[in-house]
Structure formats: C-alpha cells, structure tokens
Ligand binder design. Structure first.
Ligand code: ZN
Ligand code: ZN
Length: 456
C-alpha cells in the first residue's frame, strides 16, 4: 500500500533525523545561552572599574553647586526630609570633587568614574598653544574615555541623560546608543529635541512643562521632572540628571529662594524613590561667598598685573569657568591658567605673583598636574588658585559684572569649593563602609558606590 511504500522510500533517510534534532537543539540552546549571557552579564567593565548591572532603576543626580552647606542647613531646618532620611538611613559622606572645581570637569569625572588626568576635561576653556586661541573644552572629541551611560547603553541597558545646559549634553551623550529607548536631552534646548539626536521628540510635551528660562530654578527642576517622567514611562536602568547652579550662585544657604529650591528638589527625589529608583546625590562643586566686606567682589585682576610687569601680549590668562552663562558669576572663579608667550618663563610669572594677597597657590604646569591629577597636555604654564574669599580674573575691562545686579559674588573653582556630598538612598555594604572610612572618597566613585556598594 502507499503507506508502506512511503515508509520504504523514507527509511534510508531516517538515520538523519536524530542528527537534525541534535543540530536543532544545539542551535536553540546556543540562542538561549546568548540570551542568558546577555541577561546574566551581571557586570560591565568601564574604564577599569567593574560595575554591577542595576537590578532596579538607579538615578544619579549632580546638584550643580550643591555645596554640603546647603544640605547641613536643610537637615537642621527640616526642609529636606527625604535627603535627611537618606543621610541617616542610607549613606552620606563628603568627598573630594575634581579640581578645578568647575562644572564640566566634575561632570565628566562622575560619569566616567575617572580623574581628569584620564578623561581629559579640566575646564570649560583651554588655550590652544599652536593657534593661541581659547578652545571650548566641552566638545565631545575632548572627552578621552567613554562614560558609564555610553557603555551601558551599548550593552543593552536603557539609559537616560538629562542636563540643564546643552553644552554638557553633547559631552555626556558621547558614544551613547539611543536605540533601545535611551534618551539624552537638555532642558535648555528641550524645544529642539529630535528622535535621531535625542532619542525623544517633543520633550516639552513629554515632560508637560514650558521651556524654562536660562537663569532660573526651573531649568534644574525641568531636569528632575523629565527624569520622573522617563522613570514612569520608560523605566531606564540608569538615569543621570545634571542640574545648574544658578540658585547657588545667587543665594546662600538659608536664603528663602535657596530653601525653596532645596524643598522642590527634595520632593522630586522622594518621587523618584517612590517610583522604585535607588537615588544617589552628588555635586560637581560647592559654592562660596567671594565678596569684600563692603559687598564688592574680591578679585585679583591677574592679566592686568602680568601686563604691567611684563608688557601686553607676553601672557594670556585663561579663566576656565567661562561659558555662555556668565551673567551670575562674571566669568570669575578661584582657578586660572597662565600661558606664557615669547621669552616669558613660568619661573618669572611665579616669582612675580607668588606674594600677591589672595593668591594661595601659584603652581608650575608639572606641579598642578601632579597635585590635582590633571591632564598635563592642556595645562597652562602656571596655575593660580585663590584663597577661600578671592577670585581671579583676567583684565578688569574684559569681565562684565553687571549680571550680578547688586548681589554679592558667590562662585567656585578653588580647593574651597571642591568638597562635594555623596548621598545614597540605600546603605552600603561593610566593605564599602570600610573603604569610605579608610580615606576620603572622590566624587568619581559615586557610580561605583551606588551600583556596587548599595545593599537592601
Ligand atoms: Zn557647576
Ligand atoms: Zn557655576
């Protein structure tokens, strides 16, 4: 009959069946192991540190200008209950920030887990020795190593990076894979987002807030609200939220405007936690009053001093705090670099300015790179750091201080603004507690602490 006939025809091929089955099994198990290694790839090595893949969303917030003094005041007056609880029940320490205590170098240290000597960004500006032109240091090409956001996004994690200022956004986003729902936006340009460039179109509509003013607390609160919305809807594995220091430049701890800002932030941190996130707070730098007793800014005009001593054009003072938002600090900070031209030597400069009142450290290129772990190649010939009260400017005529509008000058850049808090909403393991007790942490260890150190 036809059945036995078919059987006789097929019989010689039947021996192949188990082989086919084995091949099939191997193929499918390989696919499964691939999937499993992807999921079980519990750690990721970034710039020499092994990081645990987060089991729940992990938010790192960089409170720009978030001097520990604001937290101490907030805790003592009871206006930041969530942060106070983290400090008590989770983890709190005061860590070393990166010098110079400016925004870009510190954000890059935090997100790469490295000192500036490794990531290469040591200011907002440096002088290109070949062209003698100041170069903005916020270009992504100047970041020498990948960030955690970039590496995690390229290894299957969903990442969100939200910043106040757009200049930082491009550097933070370098190498990020925006497929897989990852997002990188700034509140400054939230009205210009595209799917291709930012991983999100219509950020204003998404967050449900109007475009915030450049100089406002809202520029920062928008960042936190975007983080909350992303957590509600996309549940990223890692969120990096970087704010702006407009409020801290203008108002000391205890001023009603500063208090309100810290209250508003605290509520939002509570919301992030409520949505299931582990929250880590740090700062890029602190903030200090830099005014004379009469309220005028306490400034050493270094370019004017050098021009008087050696003649115009023999040196260039670069204030690496300079950026597009100078209104609230007049481009004045506690750290500048001097580049010598023609025959002028670093020794001559050091000799001339070392005893100027208010200048606390006058260091050679080698000394400053060594002492503060900075990239040697972009360092000036001389680095100058102010004391706690003094800022250093270039030429008096080149700084526009009208933006201060009668406020006392509050700014940063020196060692006195390099203390930054690290606050975690969870406690850390014994090992990490011991490490923190053994020596002061650096803010570039915050991702290590929150991803590897926290326990339930
Ligand atoms: Zn800053
Ligand atoms: Zn600032």
């Amino acid at each position: 009959d036809t059945a036995s006939c078919r059987w006789r025809i097929m019989a010689p091929f039947l021996w192949e069946l188990p082989i086919l089955m084995v091949v099939q099994l191997l193929l499918s198990s390989r696919k499964e192991t691939e999937e499993r290694t992807y999921m079980a790839d519990a750690t990721l090595m970034v710039n020499g540190t092994q990081y645990r893949r987060p089991e729940q969303p992990t938010v790192v917030v960089c409170i720009d200008g978030g001097d520990p003094a604001y937290l101490e005041h907030g805790v003592s007056t009871g206006i930041i209950p969530n942060i106070a609880r983290y400090m008590k029940e989770g983890f709190y320490t005061v860590a070393h920030g990166t010098l110079p205590s400016f925004t870009c170098p510190n954000n890059m240290s935090i997100v790469t887990g490295c000192p500036a000597s490794v990531h290469g960004v040591s200011g907002n500006y440096y002088l290109d020795r070949k062209t003698n032109q100041p170069v903005v240091m916020t270009g992504p090409e100047l970041l020498r190593v990948p960030s955690l956001m970039s590496e995690f996004s390229r290894h299957g994690a969903r990442v969100a990076s939200v910043t106040a200022k757009d200049k930082l956004r491009k550097q933070l986003q370098k190498g990020m894979d925006l497929g897989n729902g990852s997002v990188s936006i700034s509140s400054q340009f939230a009205d210009r987002c595209t799917l291709a460039e930012n991983g999100l179109a219509d950020a204003l509509g998404y967050v449900g807030r109007p475009l915030p003013d450049m100089y406002s607390a809202d520029l920062s609160l928008f960042v936190l609200d975007a983080g909350i919305k992303l957590l509600e809807e996309r549940r990223p594995d890692i969120l990096y939220l970087s704010l702006t220091d407009f409020i801290q430049h203008a108002f000391a701890p205890g001023h009603p405007e500063a208090d309100q800002f810290y209250r508003d932030m605290d509520t939002r941190f509570g919301r992030l936690e409520e949505l299931g996130a582990i929250v880590a707070l740090t700062a890029d730098h602190g903030m200090n009053d830099k005014a004379n007793d009469d309220g005028s800014p306490c400034v050493v005009w270094l370019q004017d001093i050098l021009d008087a001593a050696f003649g115009k054009g023999t040196s260039t003072v670069i204030c690496p705090i300079t950026d597009a938002f100078v209104g609230h600090h007049g481009a004045l900070g506690g750290f500048v670099r001097v580049y010598c031209h023609a025959d002028l030597t670093a020794e001559q400069v050091i000799e001339t300015i070392r005893d100027v009142p208010g200048l606390e450290q006058v260091l050679s290129r080698e000394e400053v790179a060594d002492t503060y772990d900075l990239p040697f190649d972009v360092e000036g010939d001389v680095a100058v750091l102010g004391d706690a009260r003094t800022v250093i400017g270039a030429s008096e005529q080149d700084h526009d201080l009208s933006g201060l509008k009668g406020h006392r000058l509050r700014t940063h850049g020196s060692v006195y603004e390099a203390d930054v808090p690290i606050v975690l909403s969870r406690p850390v393991s014994d090992l990490y507690t011991r490490r923190a007790e053994a020596g002061r942490l650096h803010s570039y260890q915050v991702f290590d602490y929150v991803l590897n150190g926290t326990v339930n």
